[in-house]
Design a protein around this ligand. Sequence first.
Ligand code: ADP
Length: 202
Amino acid sequence: MTFILGLTGGIGSGKSAASAWFESQNITVVDADIVAREVVAPGHGALLDIQRAFGDWVLLDNGELNRPALREHIFKSPEARKILEQITHPAIRQSIIQQLQHASSPYVILVSPLLFETNQHELTHHTLLIDASESLQIQRASQRDGQSVEQIQNIIQIQMSRTDKRALADDIVVNDGHLDHLYQQLTVLHQQYLKRAEKKQS
Ligand code: ADP
């Protein structure tokens, strides 16, 4: 099996910037956020299961998931959230495994904001944390998508603390300078990962 690197970091830490750099080095990146949307697209089993569990109101007229309505529903009901997660989490995991297995690059990356929180790190051989101070996280995330400082702080609250993630990660890149500084650190790690991947194959 190919060497699998788990890549994570809090909101605005620079995960996507790091993923894009690895992709520029021809490393396949499987994005858990994208998979999470794919498994509830029309025609996928998980969407049918959600419809069966909650009723037809979860679908829009075009057959797509009514995300705002479902979000509101699970916000009010922890029980409903549990049911939803029991449907989506295994579907996401299964699809991630399939996509990781189909990758043909020297090694493959699973990028996930909740790599440790959802135990997705169990699917990887090694983990890399992109870390930045909370003030940088807030500054970057608010500039990126115009979310309010409060919204970003709420998301940071829900995510595992930086301290806990630092304790769990095998490698840590501190993304507190220019993007070039980030890429320099990734270049060094990329060489190490290529070696690990080669060793694993032989
Ligand atoms: P994440 O995917 O972890 O939420 P992103 O990679 O999208 O974070 O980074 C958040 C924003 O900050 C993006 O607009 C990105 O281009 C920018 N960014 C990331 N790292 C740096 C950096 N070192 N210097 C300047 N801007 C950065």
